[in-house]
Design a protein around this ligand. Structure first.
Ligand SMILES: Nc1nc2c(c(=O)[nH]1)N[C@H]1C(S)=C(S)[C@@H](COP(=O)(O)O)O[C@H]1N2
Ligand SMILES: [Mo]
Length: 197
């Protein structure tokens, strides 16, 4: 399946309708990390989903790679106001993981190697809106950008796209993650400029 969001081709300006309010365009790919880059190897990597009954479903790197992979063409928007339009990723949609998960909770806490967390409602992870991404612009994802794999939730500000993702846990409530406890908005919709509390 190929996924295409928003326009591509041509020059873009600050008046580009693909640019959310208060954002500017950048051609670079800034690195924003709250701590050091963890050393995560694919041979010991796993992605785990834990439900409200503490049941864990786990995928090794090879098991993830056996799932359907999407080419994702999308814009990304950081709360610090940079946006990149028309980026290309490859990853596995969260839908494929959740086929194996039995849950009735509406919220998730995403966990990363290194300890970062961010909260995302389950519905924002399903229906082809979020991926575990492992390639950027045709190359394996750089460690500083979250390699070997990061969450990609491009319709929310980029702090929701947890780098070095290692899994998520189902929650009954929308409990705040790392940046959300430090003043960032609980949801983070760039089109409504939901930056801070
Ligand atoms: N594990 C982890 N994921 C993270 C962060 C982080 O500090 N640690 N920073 C977030 C923020 S604030 C942003 S803007 C993006 C930055 O991703 P980049 O460094 O690839 O540009 O990652 C998000 N994911
Ligand atoms: Mo950010």
């Amino acid at each position: 399946m190929a996924v295409f969001s928003r326009g591509f081709g041509g020059r873009r300006r600050e008046s580009d309708p693909a640019l959310p309010p208060g954002q500017y365009l950048t051609e670079d790919f800034p690195v924003l990390s709250a701590g050091p880059t963890p050393d995560v190897q694919t041979d010991s990597w796993s992605f785990d989903i834990v439900n409200e009954s503490n049941e864990r479903v786990s995928w090794s790197w090879d098991e993830m790679m056996a799932l359907p992979v999407d080419d994702v063409h999308t814009d990304i928007h950081c709360v610090t106001r940079w946006s990149k339009l028309g980026t290309h990723w490859r990853g596995v949609a969260l839908d494929h993981f959740f086929e194996k998960v039995d849950t009735s909770e509406a919220y998730t806490m995403v966990h990363s190697y290194g300890g970062y967390t961010t909260n995302v409602p389950l519905e924002d992870l399903l229906d082809g809106k979020a991926w575990v991404a492992f390639e950027f612009e045709g190359e394996p994802l750089d460690p500083e950008h979250g390699g070997p794999a990061r969450l990609l939730v491009p319709h929310l500000y980029f702090w929701k796209s947890a780098k070095w993702v290692r899994g998520l846990r189902m929650h009954a409530d929308d409990d705040p993650g790392f940046w959300e406890q430090n003043g960032y908005n609980l949801y983070g919709d760039p089109w409504r400029e939901q930056r801070y509390w």
